[in-house]
Write a protein that binds this ligand. Structure first.
Ligand code: DX5
Ligand code: ZN
Length: 224
């Protein structure tokens, strides 16, 4: 799969009192995917939303929906997100004792399959499933909250993931999630990431969502 530069705003940073309107603005502003951060208060120290959110999202966007499951038992939730219209489903390597089966199930359901790696999770946890991967998500910090910034070592990790995927002959997209701003995105791109999740830099931009997307998208002009 070839991907030039995919912007995936995370609705975790949205204003939930006007989520529908903000989803429509994201599409008009030129977002590529809608990133949905699902947290269970167990695998990560925060709670967000469950599959019900898909109905709201579907009602207000035509964009592909990219679900990031930060939950201890993703297998139990995958069917509901598939039914809700997810296009991409990413599970954490740390949460899947049967990662092979989980990825097979995601793909059989018609979605693209991704695996997320926490900062401390070794890339080698993917070595037996590279042929089942459509995406590798590299966390830019410890997952659970938006607006935490970027761990600079993650640039090196993205590079190693890119090298690892090349060796395995995999064309999986490298996605980076956490701490992406106009300052940090170029390093992640140069290291090999092609899909960029962003929460606070888009929703918290001084010129609103339009300004946030424009500022990140401008980076592509120099990079792609
Ligand atoms: C949970 C999430 C995020 C996030 C991005 O940690 O997966 O990484 O919503 O937020 P920002 O772009 O604000 O770091
Ligand atoms: Zn995420």
């Amino acid at each position: 799969m070839s991907a030039a530069f995919i912007l995936a705003p995370s609705i975790l940073s949205a204003d939930f009192s006007r989520l529908g309107e903000q989803l429509e603005t994201l599409e008009q502003a030129g977002a590529d995917w809608i990133h949905v951060d699902v947290m269970d208060g167990h695998f990560v120290p925060n709670l967000s939303f469950g599959p019900f959110i898909m109905k709201v999202i579907k009602k207000h966007t035509h964009l592909p929906i990219d679900v990031h499951l930060m939950v201890s038992n993703p297998d139990a939730l995958i069917p509901a997100f598939v039914d809700g219209g997810a296009n991409w489903i990413t599970v954490h390597a740390e949460t899947c004792p049967h990662l092979y089966r989980t990825l097979q199930n995601i793909r059989v359901s018609g979605c693209h399959a991704g695996v997320a790696l926490n900062p401390a999770t070794p890339i080698e946890s993917l070595s037996e499933v590279t042929h089942l991967l459509d995406l590798v998500l590299v966390l830019g910090n410890n997952p659970g909250f938006s607006g935490q910034g970027w761990f600079p070592e993650m640039g090196g990790k993205i590079k190693r993931v890119a090298e690892f995927l090349k060796q395995a002959n995999s064309s999986a997209v490298i996605q980076v999630d956490g701490g992406m701003t106009a300052d940090t995105l170029p390093e992640a791109y140069q290291a090999g990431a092609r899909a960029f999740v962003s929460g606070s830099a888009i929703f918290g931009h001084e010129d609103g969502i339009m300004g946030g997307i424009r500022t990140l998208r401008e980076q592509a002009l120099f990079l792609v």
